[in-house]
Design a binder for this molecule. Sequence first.
Ligand SMILES: Cc1ncc(COP(=O)(O)O)c(C=O)c1O
Length: 147
Amino acid sequence: MWDTEIKPWIGAMKAQLDELAFARCSYATNPKALELSQLLSTIVPDGLTSFKLFCGGSEATEAAIKLSRQYHRQTGNPLKYKVIGRYGGFHGVTMGAVSATGIPIRKVPFVPLLEASSISHRPIVIAAPTRRNSRGATSPAPRSWRT
Ligand SMILES: Cc1ncc(COP(=O)(O)O)c(C=O)c1O
């Protein structure tokens, strides 16, 4: 987290640590996770009522790979284990996520990895609108802004 006004963040972080310093989400939940899940349930499509929360993108990618493997194993397709990624795609720093990346230089130091393939190119967005942040930097607009 980067900010020139760091003091308010420190106060917020201390308040959070005073309330809940650490909670492992694998086998139990906690009031903050329930609060976030309740908030998420108000913005996701109808019918989605369960949430599995993770600490970041790499962990979420790892969990998605494991979940799909478990699903196929339990439904009688144990050989359906390959991960398909896009050329140029980045999915995180854990072994499963690195396996799925489509950026060869990020994979080479860690071979052998999980069996995975990069099969499709990233879509080319023509004339994507941009937005400007408070420091004046531009970045692609959210997908929802595009037609
Ligand atoms: C698509 C995607 N997946 C996973 C990650 C990894 O997330 P984290 O750095 O939180 O582990 C990133 C990070 O940029 C990402 O862009």
